[in-house]
Ligand binder design. Sequence first.
Ligand SMILES: [Zn+2]
Length: 160
Amino acid sequence: MAEMTRAALNNDWTTARQLLRKYLPLMQANFIESSPMPVKAVLAMMGRIEETYRLPMVQVRRDTRSKLQRIASEAGLIARAAAATAEAQGFFVYENWAAGPHKAVLHRSNCGQCSNGKARPAGHSANHARWHGPYPTLAEARQTVQTLPSVLIRSECKCI
Ligand SMILES: [Zn+2]
């Protein structure tokens, strides 16, 4: 915005218009749903904030999220790969109390080790390991990790 304003004040309308055209869809996207939900969703896609909301704000709808991903990647704010990562919704917690101390590990749903909570590392029986989730936000998944009883080790996979 500062760059665009500066260009306009300098009578450099070509630059000002280029910047306006580049970012206008992003400005309009702020109001696809109640502001500032969309901007929070995009900032989270960019990895700038954690995606948490306080009522009356809630997560944007799934179709809005897809639109925001397209707009943000077209504006060069997120890579296409990041858009795909953001698409994979949800987090899982792996709880294991068979080998070694009772532990809980947080994973993103698209993580290879997690595979949407369906993967089970070899040698671990259902009696000694289980998945919790999916949780829509990282905050909720972390909350679960904190509240699981008798867990001694709490960690997060590098997919987080
Ligand atoms: Zn993982």
